[in-house]
Write a protein that binds this ligand. Sequence first.
Ligand code: TYD
Ligand code: MG
Length: 454
Amino acid sequence: MAKPLSFTCTECGAAHAKWSGRCEACGAWNSIIEEKPLSSGPGARGLGARRGHAVALEPLADETPPPPRTECGVAELDRVLGGGLVPASATLVGGDPGIGKSTILLQAAAAFARRGLSTVYVSGEEAAAQVRMRAQRLGLGQAQVALAAETNLRDILTTLDAERPDLVVVDSIQTMWLDNVESAPGSVAQVRAAAHELTNFAKRRGSAVILVGHVTKEGQIAGPRVVEHMVDTVLYFEGERGHPFRILRAVKNRFGPADEIGVFEMTGHGLSQVANPSALFLADRGEPAPGSAVFAGIEGTRPVLCEFQALVAPAPHGMPRRSVVGWDAGRLAMVLAVLESRCGIPFSGLDVYLNVAGGLRIGEPAADLAAAAALLSAREDAALPAETVVFGEVSLSGAVRPVSQTENRLKEALKLGFCKAIVPPGSNAPASGDMALMPTADLAGLAGGVFGAG
Ligand code: TYD
Ligand code: MG
């Protein structure tokens, strides 16, 4: 029999035969820890002589109604979930410590309870008094939420089996422990076993279960990624420190669209919903300035406008710096390389800083052209024309490619008072409204047409 693997990566959960400094599966450094192999459970002893029961097979072509949903009452959260919580489902809410996971889930639990649904909030991190204090700060002191400050999952499950609540929030999965798992709370084995038990509970009793998972920096505590595959829905709560804005992003959803975002603002009384994120992300923008370009993006089903800000400065010596916040560093390197080799506009010898304002993180390729416009504008020290939005994907040849949902992007831009758009060739202006399009076939055209460079 093969020797059991007993080293596990706390980032991705990959099993390794021996310890090493870097996980070969996900590339994370210093994330591999030794774990005791499970002494029981599937695969531990092989199937043996016992035969299983026959499983009833069903035709694929059967009709199944769409899952019933219960809106939890926080509209931005409901939208990210795809229209509300699904009974008998497990949802993971991940995010950095202190980002606001407990706050939003307490608000959601209270809103859920207000609809007359039974709600249990299990806190393994804070005492009941602390949760109560937070609730009072949020103006939810009278919410009909049942509290438990407990980390022993066996006791919690016994309680939940008796109560059968409609919603259970478990804050956080890393604090829960099972006495039949030998490793310490927070280890990959404990976190996985606890998530497994709670997901089973959700399916067995029809409750909607929400698990909180802290994104961890050091390797000893398992991160939320190790349970992503066990749950139905995975949401991440993001935001920059120092910014009040928080983005709740669906990265997996068995019952709805992934990629949807909800936008919140952290206030003194908890998280308030932001119905018009574009207005918020552009709020601090002054007069058109060199290095700034407004990107008309799509996040999930919603158009969102945001500002790309670039700064280039002579690099005194050695390797020039490339610093990027809110966008992909690889994508920045690609756009810089295309500008250099296809348009003859070098950035070598220059430090380059690129930020997406407001703490939003952009993943769409449609942002390439906006980033290029911001970079060119910074390098040429010339502002883009006023009231202009930009979008388009840039290929390695420097050509600007069309992107989806042109009309939605332009309509949102019109709504916010923009009247010009730098767009891929072949884009159509919306039928209503006054939007002047500047079709741009390639980056050389952008450099020459808008900045007279290249
Ligand atoms: P919290 O929900 O405890 O974060 P997490 O559960 O993700 O670790 O949020 C903690 C931060 O939020 C803390 O820095 C204080 C801030 N906060 C507010 O600004 N306003 C509020 O009303 C609350 C409850 C917290
Ligand atoms: Mg918390």
